[in-house]
Design a protein around this ligand. Sequence first.
Ligand SMILES: Nc1ncnc2c1ncn2[C@@H]1O[C@H](COP(=O)(O)OP(=O)(O)O)[C@@H](O)[C@H]1O
Ligand SMILES: O=P(O)(O)OC[C@H]1O[C@](O)(COP(=O)(O)O)[C@@H](O)[C@@H]1O
Ligand SMILES: [Mg+2]
Length: 480
Amino acid sequence: MDCSVGSNSTNGFVELMGTSGDAPRKIVTGDAGYVLEDVPHLTDYVPDLPIVVHKSSPRGRHFRRAGPRQKVYFESDEVHACIVTCGGLCPGLNTVIREIVCGLYHMYGVKKVLGIDGGYRGFYSRNTITLTPKVVNDIHKRGGTVLGTSRGGHNTAKIVDSIQDRGINQVYIIGGDGTQRGASVIYEEIRRRGLKVAVAGIPKTIDNDIPVIDKSFGFDTAVEEAQRAINAAHVESESIENGIGLVKLMGRDSGKFHTNQCMRLLQVEMLDCCLIPESPFYLEGPGGLFEYIEKRLKENGHMVIVIAEGAGQELLSESLHSSNQKDPSGNKLLQDVGLWISQRIKDHFSRQKKMSINLKYIDPTYMIRAVPSNASDNVYCTLLAQSAVHGAMAGYTGFTVAPVNGRHSYIPFYRIIERQNKVVITDRMWARLLSSTNQPSFMTAKDVIEYTREEEPPAQMSDDNSSSDDKLVNKETLTG
Ligand SMILES: Nc1ncnc2c1ncn2[C@@H]1O[C@H](COP(=O)(O)OP(=O)(O)O)[C@@H](O)[C@H]1O
Ligand SMILES: O=P(O)(O)OC[C@H]1O[C@](O)(COP(=O)(O)O)[C@@H](O)[C@@H]1O
Ligand SMILES: [Mg+2]
């Protein structure tokens, strides 16, 4: 065919173009130069193809795209910004601090930036730290946070009093899910008092348990760092008869970090079992962990198990005295599942006397989160910080900045704090992992029903074709 066939579609004008012998290309054009190079569909050439299922689903929600704006609502010399870091450590905290300071100075000529010392309670109980590009010049090369951090101590009234008393009008809050909840109530109180104060959240956590966003900063570095520990476990286990390398990683409620780590390792066939909080498991009997270990050692002579710190907590509570202690932020304090499961595996095989095993237990948890961020996280942290600064300068507030479907966006706090990002164990990511490791799913039919997730609207990956200054970004969707 060497012709063009034009027709009107709901999206725009569809042109089927092709040269002799070639299949035609499907080009969809719309308003303002919008062009979609679409994939072929059977209905393009099979007439009257009946639709078997047609689900009507919502169009999806959108978030405001992050970036510089034409309209700025703060004069440079009017701005008095502050930065605070809260919760557990995470690679990249110092990079974000540095880039907020440099972004404010260099992009907007802002000269007054304060660092709040030691997390939320630092607003009302500590001294502040003056931050300039010179002060923060090389902090990104260090792990941790130069501002210090803490859990607990969130007293909204006192924090907002301190913001008001100091004349602060931009608040940059770096932290995980708890921190974003705290930021949300600070924003509410500021709004209630009618203050011209912008509140911007920057999500941090190696657990990757914050919903909606593609990933939090520090996650890449943490995965890379965890890999060293797992490599070590692999080397140890394969060097000895019936060797088991057992590694504990962080992740108290969510195995997102863990599963991602495991998926990467599966590419090099190093991993035999991955245990996460979302997927309950059991030890004894048919289909249990001990049976699987025995099978794997018989087949392969060695194995690597990676366990998230939040996994199997219900089993520990059964066998140890359960404590319901919480940290100052209200997070449940976990018992050490790594040590516990190591001991249980050793006891089982020594009791059974069929097979002697050599188990090496590695706990790299705090080492992983204390390292400086890697190059890709540094780039990511820079983008986050700059987007936060652009948003606050443009007068946006009550938002967390992060990429959604690859686009940096401003997400209202209420969307960030409404749930936790977890591995859905009836989803394809977990299914892929199970089929690659061959580990038992440990799931009963009841578990499947319980965990089957509510249906979500389908992915909408259309490109951003907004011509306005304030572009919108598509809602998070399930990809994978
Ligand atoms: N629901 C909440 N309301 C107000 N502040 C909170 C809330 N949850 C946590 N915070 C505060 O946020 C800070 C960090 O929370 P935490 O859970 O320790 O770490 P992360 O932010 O890394 O999840 C703490 O100072 C805590 O008091
Ligand atoms: O520093 P602590 O209080 O021992 O907390 C350990 C916890 O911190 C984390 O590393 C990060 O958690 P947050 O993101 O909630 O701060 C968890 O994975 C871990 O359970
Ligand atoms: Mg948290």
